[in-house]
Design a protein around this ligand. Structure first.
Ligand SMILES: [Zn+2]
Length: 163
């Protein structure tokens, strides 16, 4: 399995279940050895996915515990889109992906892993990664240590925000 496609050195972890009673987005640093938050805004923040689909998989999350776009205030709407744009720019600079999936899953039937707290996924994509994931099946790919990912992205966010 050493020769499978990946942009960086690979290691593998199996998916773990997040306890349904705890909201990881209301308290994103709870119970973690590493800080996954890479940028904080006024009403929302950007966090690394603990089980990334791809290298640099980010989520933009409102601070408030809400499950629909309808529940967002105008200020929250504006900042979520602003941070999604910043995330696009940061990912393009850090990883130079060939594409980025940006998406929201509203509700369990739509595929939301954490259905009660809204979040916007940004997944960098490269040609061939879909084939790779199909071959690996349930195994998650973790091409880069999350601490390294956070350390790489934080200064980029800070500079882009300042600019
Ligand atoms: Zn929550």
């Amino acid at each position: 399995m050493d020769r499978l496609w990946a942009p960086w050195r690979l290691s593998y972890v199996t998916a773990a279940q997040v306890p349904a009673t705890d909201c990881i987005f209301c308290d994103p640093s709870a119970g973690r050895d590493i800080d996954l938050v890479v940028f904080r805004g006024e009403h929302s923040y950007v966090i690394l996915n603990l089980y990334p689909y791809n290298n640099g998989h980010l989520m933009v999350v409102p601070d408030r515990h809400l499950s629909t776009l309808e529940a967002l205030t105008p200020d929250e709407q504006t900042e979520l889109m602003r941070l999604t744009r910043l995330s696009e720019m940061a990912l393009n600079e850090a990883y130079k992906p060939q594409g980025i999936n940006v998406g929201i899953n509203l509700g369990k039937a739509a595929g939301a892993g954490i259905e009660n707290h809204l979040h916007i996924h940004l997944v960098p994509r490269w040609s061939g990664d879909t084939n790779f994931m199909t071959a690996v099946g349930e195994t998650r790919v973790l091409p880069e240590d999350l601490t390294a990912t956070a350390a790489r992205l934080r200064p980029i966010f800070a500079r882009l925000q300042a600019g």
